[in-house]
Design a protein around this ligand. Sequence first.
Ligand code: ADP
Length: 191
Amino acid sequence: MLNIIVAGPPGSGKGTLAKTLAEKYDLIHFSTGDMLRKEVEQKTPLGQKVAPILERGDLVSDNIVISMISSSLDEHPQMHGFLFDGFPRTQAQAEALDRLLEDKGEPLNLMILLNLSDDVCAARILRRGTLENRSDDTDISKVKHRLTTYHTLTKPIVDHYKKQDKFVAVDSSQTPEHTFNQVKQCLNQIL
Ligand code: ADP
């Protein structure tokens, strides 16, 4: 069973890599960003609550995303590999995920971190914002705020996985294929 996290700054290509990995390795793909945007689109009570948070580029509270992931895992009681995209993003989320996977008897195998500079991230996000009409992706000050949040809250959780010897970083500044090939080599070593 393969359980992995795809992490990286906004604009690093997490979503693109996650989709390819989920398909090629037959993993169930959980993207907290996609789940939250769906709630916003459907104007659910949760969506209405989180809409301004996403718009500002702040993180949604740990409780909300942890319970979203917890119930998504509950929907898959059968044995299956999982891919977490954009989760965990804080130390509390990382610890909660450890517990959830432990309860399932399926520990995490690896956190894959996509590495690239803030400048390249910002340029990619602004381009995506125009193409996909994502309002949190079109305002440079909000994009910078998300990058700062990433460096302050999310990057430090790398240590959590390094301590468990479950961490690898790959260069994500080139093509999606280049990123995928590096990840494939890493996964070949643990599979
Ligand atoms: P990006 O990596 O470009 O920020 P995502 O789709 O992963 O895109 O996330 C979009 C937004 O959704 C984030 O800016 C944040 O507001 C919210 N979000 C997604 N995942 C989480 C999480 N694990 N914890 C808190 N907020 C989250």
